[in-house]
Design a protein around this ligand. Structure first.
Ligand code: URA
Length: 434
């Protein structure tokens, strides 16, 4: 087999065979295929696409390029949730212990913040002592003991994806549905799950800007998951404004704990309940969404969900006093208030702008090697559709350097669009693809 022939075949729009795809991935991770050849092949895939069989073969080859976590000795259904990334997206943090408190195992492998999007691991690390770098054995042990663990990808999982993703990032080949599908699904399937609920976001703060693109990606991932015997559902959700009222690492842990205490913003709570209910239905805890929601609400009300979060924090070395004392997490020295300059209705909030602003002032990463200041963030007091009077407080900006305060306030103000006429809120959940 020859890589040049394979590139030419895909360039001419032909279908690659399983053996060819296995050959490419094996040779690439052994450095026998050069980055320039892989880039060229991925650009050909970008333009010519892949059929379902090719995507299954690519995903399998990427899974087999590294370690697969074997959770078969752990009783019961194992399910994860994955979001394609957004601004203020803390959903996994309350969702994982909430679902685990019903008896389903939730092995969750999450990512770090990059660019405008936040990362679950960075958020959890706002909790003093919380360790997100578990070994595979520690991860498995924790799942067997308390039914939930959240960690980062180990060094030995899906190395082909790591290498290909880094290359896609610098060769304009990220936005390819077959490549994104294989990249996300190989990492999820390598966790040893039986089921997966995907939150595919669209809008100004998402990776997919239009609902059409999000739908196409969601359909592919659901089809692939089910072809690979993983019960998979995708939600398509709106990311045209940040999720919830707190954005930034420490602040998002505060909001997550509030939710587990039965408080917190309604839209965020509702998304958690809907995603969680789907996880319960796929895991056959119950057969209807309504009953699943009732169970989840009861787990919040009786404290089981919060208790599961406490167990997870302690199992991962964190200080669980955080549950009743948010001040043990890093908090910013300065809070700059932002007031509305005119009356009207909030029409738009540029989530992409806000996410980038937080990253630029130290609360996220521009480069993967950047250090994060967990204390940086924003509390949003007004969301799309809300009425504002001139002078109303719309946000608190948690910042590091007070000298930059006016500039940051001005920039933040430019992310808010106020209309004179009432504005309807779009639903947070647009579609569910099963
Ligand atoms: N996230 C991933 O893990 N892979 C992609 O290709 C895109 C987003």
């Amino acid at each position: 087999m020859n890589i040049v022939d394979i590139i030419r075949k895909k360039r001419n729009g032909m279908v690659l065979q399983e053996e060819e795809i296995n050959y490419i991935i094996n040779e690439y991770i052994q450095n026998n295929i050069a980055d320039y050849q892989m880039s060229s092949l991925m650009m050909a895939i970008y333009f010519k696409g892949m059929n379902d069989n090719e995507i299954v073969s690519l995903t399998n080859a990427m899974i087999e390029s590294g370690e697969v976590i074997d959770l078969q000795n752990i009783q019961g259904f194992k399910i994860d949730k994955h979001s394609t990334g957004g601004v203020g997206d803390k959903i996994s943090i309350p969702l994982a212990p909430l679902v685990a408190s019903t008896g389903i195992a939730v092995p969750m492998i999450s990512g770090r913040s990059l660019g405008h999007t936040g990362g679950t691991l960075d958020k959890l690390e706002s909790i003093p002592g919380f360790n997100t770098s578990l070994t595979t054995d520690e991860f498995k042990y924790q799942i067997s003991q308390i039914g939930v663990a959240i960690m980062g990808q180990t060094e030995v999982m899906t190395p082909a994806d790591k290498k290909m993703y880094a290359l896609r990032d610098v060769t304009a080949t990220v936005e390819s549905i077959p490549l994104i599908t294989a990249s996300i699904m190989c990492k999820k399937i390598a966790e040893g799950i039986d089921g997966l609920v995907l939150d595919v976001k669209y809008g100004n703060g998402a990776f997919m800007k239009t609902i059409g693109d999000a739908r196409a990606l969601a359909n592919k991932m659901v089809k692939l998951g089910n072809l690979m015997n993983k019960k998979t559902t995708a939600f398509i959700t709106n990311m045209n404004q940040p999720i919830g009222e707190k954005i930034g690492n420490t602040l998002e842990i505060e909001e997550s704990i509030d939710i587990l205490k039965g408080k917190g913003p309604e839209d965020t709570k509702n998304l958690i309940l809907q995603l969680g209910a789907e996880m319960l239905v796929l895991g056959r805890i119950t057969s209807t969404t309504d009953e699943a929601i009732r169970i989840l609400k009861e787990k919040i009300k009786n404290g089981d969900a919060l208790n599961k979060f406490r167990q997870m924090i302690e199992a991962q070395g964190g200080n669980s006093k955080v549950i009743n004392n948010y001040s043990i997490m890093p908090h910013a020295q300065y809070i700059v208030q932002v007031a509305a300059e005119k009356e009207g209705y909030v029409k738009g909030i540029d989530a992409f702008g806000i996410g980038n602003m937080i990253a630029n002032i130290g609360g996220g990463r521009i480069k993967i090697t950047d250090r994060i200041d967990h204390s940086i963030g924003i509390e949003l007091f007004k969301k799309i559709g809300n009425k504002v009077e001139s002078g109303d407080l719309i946000a608190n900006l948690h910042i590091r350097n007070i000298e930059d305060g006016s500039e940051i306030r001005e920039l933040f103000g430019s992310f808010f669009e106020i209309s004179e006429t009432p504005v309807n809120q779009s639903p947070l959940i647009e579609e569910i693809i099963r």
